[in-house]
Design a protein around this ligand. Sequence first.
Ligand code: PMM
Length: 274
Amino acid sequence: MTEGGKGTLVMGVLNVTPDSFSDGGRWASTETAVRHAIDLRDSGADLIDVGGESTRPGAGRVPPRVEQDRVLPVIAELRRQGIRTSVDTLNAETALLAADAGVDIINDVSGGLADPGMADVVARTGLPYIAMHWRGHAGTMDSLATYDDVVGTVVAELTERVAVLEAAGVGRSQIILDPGLGFSKDADQNWQVFARLDAFAPLGLPVMVGASRKRFLAGVLPETAAILDRDLPTAVLSVLAAQAGAWAVRVHDVAGTRTALNVLARVDSARIGS
Ligand code: PMM
């Protein structure tokens, strides 16, 4: 975790899919995807998270070849343009091919649970690896939101993932944790986990937060609000995550979060200067 949230990275979301829940279909060709990634970079993204399989609730699986055809050319082109990327994938093979294409980070929303080959690929590539808290695929995840103590259980389940990854040869310094907001958690559980990001500190690993446009944000908006109206509460949560020491926030509206983080930086530096 970064001290006082200074330097929290902004990861821009690039879903190269026809069906992601808030931006599906908009960046489905390599050319439009690359153009959007450049816009995100120009808006202040530090890196671009390239995904070719939607994880929205109820989404079906995509054959690895289709996923790879979507993400690999985009990653290769962004690499060529000097833009840092992560690949958002559950598949070890896709992660390995993305590494060959020049990806900088592997982002696995299953923390290695979906594909038993993932830990080995992470160990072999030596790339940073985002291990997110996950309990099941999109078709079943909502029914798996059962916890006595959601914060303690998420920390314990991620601790277990770290142990399994390390046993498979992944270096501890490669691992970044993500509490998995919106994945097998109801609205109250998402707020509880977000409110206790400090509970991950004892693990001593960087923490990333992905709250952007997720369903639980609807609860702070009027019933008539559209999905894009969730960008304001997302930016507010980006500031709170940064204050809690998050390593990075994963957002669709990079400009909004960048502005919000700039406000925090000015307040922090004014406090230090006074
Ligand atoms: N959320 C989504 C996809 N990938 N990756 C990480 N590490 N953390 C997240 O919270 C996360 C993710 C789903 O959101 P999208 O459909 O809007 O991309």
